[in-house]
Design a protein around this ligand. Sequence first.
Ligand SMILES: [Zn+2]
Ligand SMILES: [Zn+2]
Length: 370
Amino acid sequence: MVIATLTIRKRTMMKFKTPLLAIAALSLLSACQDGGVETGSAPQNSLTTSQLPIWVSQIDSDTMIGTPKIVDCTLSGGAKTECVSFTLKPQPASFEIGPWCPRNISDGPDASGIWLNDGKVYDADGQFIQNLASFYGDDNWQLFDPATGKINVTDTQLSCEAAARPDVDPAYQNHCVECQISYLPDGTSLTYVIPLTPELAPNISSRVDHGGVGVTFSGARLDASAPLEAILSAYTIAAFDDCGGHINPNVGYHIHAVTEADCLINVKSESDHAPQIGVAMDGYALHRRFNSDGQDPADLDVCRGHATESLAYHYHANDPGANAILPCHTGQTGCALDEDGVCDASASVRRGPPPGAGGGRPPRPEGRRP
Ligand SMILES: [Zn+2]
Ligand SMILES: [Zn+2]
């Protein structure tokens, strides 16, 4: 894996912006005026009421578009509340992304990304591509030219879009799927709308919805699980880079696995506790997987959340091989909007873009058939 070459160019932690401090003050004020905790909110999370604006201010400023603001929002469980809204570019500015697909079966792990299978992380290098038929026990896998070793890669916008949609164009079966940020329309962005004060979900969904898992301080979208079955059934590999991310034609770069690669901004938390790496879509903090003892905390709930003596309820990222950075959210989630609009995460449609294979089409209005 190419870990050494990835560098965090800019660390923005502790670089608070004035408008956000104003928002923090504002949120404290509104919490007081409301008498503190609304029905359904998590009592152990009074701390987070004022922390979200600070966390948002720690997101890489070069990835942020405009200034975060407080907006009205409706969460996934129907709670009408206030959210912090902020907009990010489709590519994080704080670290280098890629590589994804190797070009020849002779290419080593430095020229390739990774692949996830059955809970394990594999280098998606030339040798891995060469061995796919035996790896999956299916002779239909043939991603390379046996004469030259050249690997089929979707290296144009057209091929990326055709292969990244849920019903892969048959012409692009047996390809390694790779898309570039340059394929996205100019001005593509995603606006995250996240509750200022977490509200417990009336019932915990068994999976993360299309709004995704959350956002890292390093400016990257943490997405729901990649649809691996659909990808594999088309004899495609939508390789992830060593950071666990890849690009789709709708939302841009997004991460499906939190790996050890240096793509995160770690914010120190309680001593010996895993550092915080970002915020989840329900407004709770998201930490790295392991504490300093190299273990998962023992008391994690089904969504991989817990509270400690000094830390309010928060999550720990899952095993990178799991293809689920979080299995679920315990709180009601906000929205990831790909166009201007008000966040109503309780609406059955327009929940934000889907996780996508190398992509996956968003639920666009009719007239743009996949
Ligand atoms: Zn913890
Ligand atoms: Zn994806």
